[in-house]
Design a protein around this ligand. Sequence first.
Ligand code: SF4
Length: 417
Amino acid sequence: MSRKYYVCTGCALLCDDIEVETDNDVVTTVHAACRKGVARMKGCSNPMECTVGGEKADIDSAISMAATILRDAKNPLIFGHGNSSSEAQKKSIGLAKKIGAYIDDTSSFCQGPIIEAILQDKLKTCTLDDIRHKADVIIFWGADPSNSHPRHLSRYSYFPRGQERQRGWEEDRTAITIDIRRSETADICGDTRFYQIPMGGDAEFMEALVSALSNKVPKTSFDFDKKRILELGNVLKKAKFGVICVGLGLVYSLEQLEPLFTLMNKLNEVSSFHLMPMVGQYNMRGFNQNLFVETGYINRLKFNAETGETEHGNNYSVVEVLRDMSVDAALIIGSDPLSSLPLSIARYLAEIPLITIDPCNNLTATRSTVTIPCALGGVESGGTAVRMDGVEIELKKIIETNNPSDEEILTRITEAM
Ligand code: SF4
C-alpha cells in the first residue's frame, strides 16, 4: 500500500512529508512534523463557536449578520489572511473590492518590504530546494529557525546532503548567524560563526561587510573586531551558492532596505548570493502574491467600490487606519490582532463591530459581534498555499468537519451582501 503524505500548515515551510493517523475524524498521531507542526495538525485546543452578539447562533444567522455589518459600514477593514488558503484570500480580495474596504495583513509590519522587493525583482532569491541541493554558505540574519521554523536546518539549509552538497554540514556547508543575541541557531553554527551585533547595528554591520568585500578596512561605531569582519568577508567571497535567510530581527532593525540592496549587489559582484524571507504564517506570502497579481501592491491598500481602483501606502496599513480611527467595522480572518497590536490601537479595534472567521477561539473572537468557525486549513480543508520561497503547494484535506472552509464562508458573505 502506498504511503500518503500531507502538508503541515504550522509555518511557511509547508513540510510536505507528513504522515498522519486518524480515528473517527480526529488526528491522533502525526509523524515527521516538529512539535509546532504536531500541535497544528492535532487542531485547536479551544475551538471557536458560531455566535452573534455573544450568543450561540446558526451559521446562516452569523453570515447574514456579518453581511449586514459590512453593508452598513462606510469604511470597513478586512485583515488577517496569513493562515488562509490562497482560494480564501482571493475571495477576500474580491469582497474588499466589492465593498470598498481597506485590506491588509501582518506583512505590513513584518516581512512585507522584503517580499515586495523580491516580487519586484529587486532582490535575488532562490527556492528551498536550491538551498538543499546547492547552498554552501548560509547566513541566518536576525533569524532563529531552530525555534521559528524548526525543520529549516534539517530539511533544507544545514544538515541535509544535497545534489551538489554530498558531504553535508560536516564539510560542505558553512552556517553563520548574525544576531543581537546568541540564539539556538547560533549555538548550532558554533562560536566562530556567530557574529553578535548591538541592537539596531545591522545596517552599520552591512556597511562594514561591504567594505571588507571591497578589500577596505571595515569600520563600525561599536566595538567589533575588524579581523573577524574581514574573515567573514573572505568566507562570503568564496561562496559558490550563498543564501541570506532574513528574519524579523533584521527586518525590524532596518529603517529602509538600501543597506541590504547594497550588500546584496556587492555580494553578487564577488560571488553568488540569494535571499530567503523567513516568512512565519503558512500563507502570508500567498496573500502578498495574490494581491500583487490583482493590484500591483502586496498589502496596505483601500479599494474604491465604484471604480475598483486602489489607493495604497503607509497610511492604509492596519496600524495607521486604526490609529486615526478611520475604520468603522472589521472582518478578521485567521488572525488575532487584539493580541498582537499595540494596546492603544487594539483598544479602538475592540470598540467597533468585529467579525472573526477562525477555527480557534482567540482574544479578538471574544470581542467580536459575529464569530464564524471555519475548517482548519491543511487538516479539515484543502486548497493551495505559497511556501516562503514562492513555490505553490497543494494542501490536502485529512479529516471531515461540520465547519465550512474560510473560502466557503467568504463566498457566502459576498453573496449575502
Ligand atoms: S517546520 Fe513548520 S511546516 Fe515543518 S513540520 Fe514544523 S511547523 Fe510544520
